[in-house]
Design a protein around this ligand. Structure first.
Ligand code: PLP
Length: 230
């Protein structure tokens, strides 16, 4: 079956399967070019504003991790999927904590003590464990995320609350300046070194190469896989 969903960028391969393979090759190249093992970088497919059929097609094509920014949007889209890891990458509103824990396996966006406490409480209520990442702010254009120098403190609090903290997530500054991106990603990598864990979620469609150069172990890709969001 030839799957053709989303609008590919000019010159990009057409089917979703081909686009996933192309991205995998680009990620592998980026890793190899900085002396890293290609298998050390995972791809998270960001499915926001894409229909459930696209999510299913991507999983069928071999994607193992999917992510969404809004729990309302994920609720039906992510119900009863084949086995994949589901990542919440949006802002944690404390009144949505229970819905987030019910829907997702990984919460990448723990950015303040209240978010950690709310997610921990929801885990106890639902008797379900989720893995969490501390979201650090490395960009003047980003509203959310804790200051990188306070990441360890927040990770410690989350661990005391009983959460399994697996690393750090960050969103790069919106800039074309490669040096500025690299400097920002280095701050996230430093925070990751202090927090510990195995997951450094860094890099999106426009900046995954720089993120991989700075140690990213998971790139979060929407546009480059699924086309522009309407
Ligand atoms: C939308 C989004 C992405 C994917 O961005 P693209 O540029 O489409 O690859 C990654 N991370 C977060 C937190 C997002 O909100």
């Amino acid at each position: 079956m030839k799957l053709d969903v989303g609008a590919p960028a000019d010159g990009a391969p057409k089917s979703l399967r081909e686009r996933i393979a192309q991205l995998r090759a680009q990620v592998d190249d980026a890793a190899a070019s900085v002396g890293r093992q290609p298998s050390s970088v995972e791809i998270l497919g960001v499915t926001k504003r894409q229909p459930r059929e696209t999510v299913l097609a991507a999983i069928d094509a071999g994607l193992t991790d999917v992510g969404e920014s809004y729990v309302q949007e994920a609720h039906e889209k992510y119900a009863d999927l084949p086995p994949v890891r589901k990542h919440f990458i949006g802002h944690v509103q404390t009144n949505k904590a229970k819905a987030i824990v019910a829907c997702f396996d990984v919460v990448q966006s723990i950015d303040r003590p209240e978010a950690a406490r709310a997610i921990a409480r929801a885990c106890r209520e639902l008797k379900k464990m989720v893995t969490v990442l501390v979201q650090v702010n490395i960009s003047p254009t980003e509203r959310f995320g804790i200051a990188p120098e306070r990441a360890e403190e927040l990770a410690e609090l989350a661990r005391v609350e009983g959460l399994s903290v697996a690393g750090v997530m960050a969103i790069a500054p919106r800039t074309e300046d490669r040096g500025e991106r690299l400097r920002a990603f280095e701050r996230a990598a430093d925070a990751f070194a202090r927090v510990g864990g195995t997951l450094l979620s860094l890099g999106m469609s426009d900046d995954f190469r720089e993120a991989i150069a700075c140690g990213s172990t998971m790139v979060r890709i929407g546009t480059a896989l699924f086309g522009a969001r309407g």
